[in-house]
Design a binder for this molecule. Structure first.
Ligand code: FAD
Length: 335
């Protein structure tokens, strides 16, 4: 649960954010038809940055699942080695993830220039208006309630992103060094971290907006989605919250509270986990996934036996000469 629960949260965030990207794409296509290209910039910002972030998460996630299935995950019958193999070029093709992450900078720079001219950033980018305030915000008392509050978690991720945006933009101000050298050599790692933190915060924000403003009528589903959003954010804070101690947003004890909050959220998630991850299965779907360990009934061993029996390797046309000439030889060698 500790390993795979957060992965389920990642999956839901990526799915809902992906849906929002499709809406942006439709808007962009409509605008292009009318000879307008304003949304192109926004699309470039998100498609490059999110490609980098999401494909890495998925790639790492497939491997985590494979390892967590023990020996069964190593078996070709699980389909996991094939899935890993098929997915492995994604972080590279359509733009290598490092190069894609670097693309985040230009849109943020444009936004900051506008803000400095008195035009505030709107909507999900509004955090860029308050970079200085976010970087100096100090929490007096941190409690478990804070860490299980989606608004607080969103704030924490926005502080992390704001800090890196400020850091990178300050470093790029040095006119004595060529921008190419600054971006590709000197501050390349800072730039990647900025991209990651910015798009992670953006993803949580888009996910939360989609989950609350969406057409989902059932309040229970909205509750589950909020829970997944919290787990997504807590995982991020578990992975990297060093900056939040540096800014003073976190203080001694925060790490323990993050762990406690994650534990609490995962316990809440546990009874829902099967419904949240279950494939829309019927036997046809099981066949198309060709996985002995991820089918509708969870009957791993029966399914493996069934697949092995049906394998063409077990229905060979053994030529006569094999039995007569080769098989006797095999007994004479000790391997
Ligand atoms: C299976 C597969 C299918 C493909 N299909 C197609 C296709 O159909 N059509 C097509 O046009 N192309 C295709 N490609 C090519 C693919 O798009 C490129 O391989 C990809 O964009 C990476 O570019 P590259 O190979 O030049 O690697 P490079 O960009 O040279 O990357 C090599 C390494 O250098 C690093 N690197 C690169 N630039 C920087 C930088 N500025 N700072 C720091 N590190 C950097 C990268 O992170 C990477 O680790 C395919 C590739 C694969 C693997």
């Amino acid at each position: 649960m500790h390993k795979l629960g957060p992965l389920v949260a990642d999956m839901y965030v990526m799915q809902l954010v992906g849906n929002q990207m499709l809406k942006y794409r439709d808007t962009m296509n409509e605008e292009v038809q009318r000879g307008k290209f304003k949304t192109l910039n926004l699309m470039h910002h998100f498609t490059s940055g999110l490609k980098s972030l999401f494909s890495q998460t998925t790639y790492d996630g497939i491997e985590l699942i494979r390892i967590n299935c023990g020996g069964a995950g190593y078996s070709a019958w699980s389909y996991l080695p094939a899935l890993y193999d098929k997915y492995s070029p994604v972080p590279v093709y359509e733009g290598d993830n490092t190069v894609m992450a670097q693309q985040t900078l230009s849109y943020i720079e444009k936004k900051i220039v506008k803000i400095q001219k008195g035009v505030p950033a709107k909507g999900i980018f509004a955090y860029l208006n308050n970079i200085e305030r976010l970087c100096t915000e100090v929490n007096q008392g941190l409690t478990i309630e804070n860490f299980t509050d989606i608004k607080f978690l969103q704030k924490a991720l926005s502080v992390r992103a704001a800090f890196m945006v400020r850091d990178v933009l300050t470093k790029l101000k040095d006119k004595s060094i060529k921008k190419k050298i600054k971006v590709n050599d000197l501050y390349a790692q800072d730039l990647l971290l900025m991209s990651k933190f910015h798009h992670t915060y953006m993803s949580l924000t888009i996910f939360h907006l989609s989950a609350t403003n969406s057409v989902i009528k059932d309040p229970k589903i909205a509750e589950h989605l909020e829970l997944l959003g919290k787990i997504y954010a807590l995982k991020q804070l578990q992975l990297d919250s060093g900056i939040l101690y540096e800014t003073g947003f976190f203080k001694n004890g925060a790490r323990h509270l993050i762990g406690e909050a994650m534990q609490k959220c995962l316990l809440q998630l546990r009874p829902q986990i099967i419904s949240l991850v279950e494939l829309e299965t019927d036997e046809l779907y099981d066949q198309s996934y060709l996985s002995a360990i991820g089918n509708k009934y969870g009957d791993i061993y029966e399914r493996q036996l069934e697949l092995a029996r049906g394998s063409r390797l077990n229905h060979p046309n053994v030529p006569e000469w094999w039995q007569k000439e080769v098989k006797p030889l095999m007994g004479t060698y000790k391997l």
